[in-house]
Design a protein around this ligand. Structure first.
Ligand code: A3P
Length: 345
């Protein structure tokens, strides 16, 4: 009897043990394959050929471990010295466009082991006071990184601020510039929604979008309204082209980044000469948020803050059409200059 019970116990322990070992093996295999998943990559002829793999595999572990500690301020000076961590000027900047999806783009690119993001908008080039503090001030705002990694900053005000192209050119004339755009009328409404929310928070009243976007005297589109002007992408881009050749820009489709982010991110990886490391595993659709969220690893996921993905107010359809007609010729020019065409009305 005793012998029978012991045999039963041994059998149960064996099954439990096998299950535990099986789970551990599965987790190890799953984590191990994350880096190797090679997603399908649509190729744009304008993009450079992929360079040979240069990023050591160890980087991912370091990035998730040490750099995370650094961000929290827990890493010691000794660790910084030991691992040759440095604060580097950005080699790529997301210069705009406001409400185009600049935060989502930065956060998603940060999934790449060779990319390190500057978490805050630094506003170095568009703010005279900050600019007067000099380039070392700017560098000190950058996160620590390994020498082979690239730092990326985003400040969407750069795109529309007069002085910025020249200032960035003076820092680095070969810098890579990312512009994320959305259908211009939608972007303008998104811009309006953000300002409206700010006013409401301060218990202030605000005009309706229709009143701001259309001049009530002429019934024409009000080009003095900032949300309208910002959506005339070609006007701003033309100022940048006085300093940088078109090849130094990459246009990201902000509407597609919402619905299907991976192909857009893969195009950016190529533009930045990075091996393709962001995979479908890193992005999952969160039905509650209604947006894609980020998966860094088995334990760490995150969605963007609630301020991203606001509900837009309903806009009079005749005003929408008026704006779409207004933007149409500017959009055509934008397609022509950039070589990237969108299905905007
Ligand atoms: P809406 O709030 O109008 O929906 P920015 O970061 O430049 O301010 O852009 C904000 C926009 O990013 C949001 O505009 C949202 O649609 C878009 N976006 C793109 N991908 C997103 C994501 N994964 N999560 C939340 N917002 C995202």
């Amino acid at each position: 009897m005793l012998f029978k019970q012991q045999a039963l116990l041994r059998q149960k322990l064996f099954v439990l043990g096998s299950l535990a070992i099986g789970s551990v093996l599965y987790l190890v295999a799953r984590v191990g394959t994350l880096d190797r998943l090679q997603p399908i990559c649509p190729i744009e002829s304008r993009l450079p050929p992929r360079e040979p793999e240069q990023i050591p595999l160890r980087t991912l572990q370091f990035k998730r471990g040490l750099l995370h500690e650094l961000r929290k301020g827990n890493a010691t000076k000794e660790q910084i010295r030991l691992h040759h961590l440095i604060q580097q000027l950005p080699r790529a900047i997301i210069i705009g466009v406001r409400k185009g999806g600049t935060r989502a783009l930065l956060e998603m690119l940060n999934l790449h082991p060779a990319v390190v993001k500057a978490s805050q908008e630094i506003h170095f080039f568009d703010n005279d006071q900050n600019y007067a503090r000099g380039i070392d001030w700017y560098r000190e705002k950058m996160p620590f990184s390994f020498p082979h990694q690239i730092t990326i900053e985003k400040s969407p005000a750069y795109f529309i601020t007069e002085e910025v192209p020249e200032r960035i050119f003076k820092m680095n004339s070969s810098i890579k510039l990312l512009i994320i755009v959305r259908e211009p009328t939608t972007r303008a409404v998104s811009d309006y929604t953000q300002v409206l929310e700010g006013k409401e928070r301060k218990n202030k009243t605000y005009h309706k979008f229709e009143k701001l976007a259309v001049d009530s005297n002429t019934c024409e589109v009000n080009t003095k309204y900032k949300a309208v002007r910002t959506s005339i992408y070609t006007k701003h881009l033309e100022r940048w082209l006085k300093y940088f050749p078109v090849e130094q820009f990459h246009i990201v489709d902000g509407d597609r980044l919402i619905t299907d982010p991976l192909p857009e991110l893969q195009l950016v990886e190529r533009f930045l000469n990075l091996p393709s490391r962001i995979s479908q595993y890193n992005l999952y659709f969160n039905a509650t948020r209604g947006f894609y969220c980020l998966r860094f690893n088995i334990v760490f996921n995150k969605c963007l803050a609630g301020s991203k993905g606001r509900t837009h107010p309903e806009v009079d359809p005749s005003v929408v059409t008026k704006l779409q007609n207004f933007f149409h010729p500017f959009n055509q020019k934008f397609y022509q200059i950039t070589g990237r065409t969108f299905n905007w009305p």
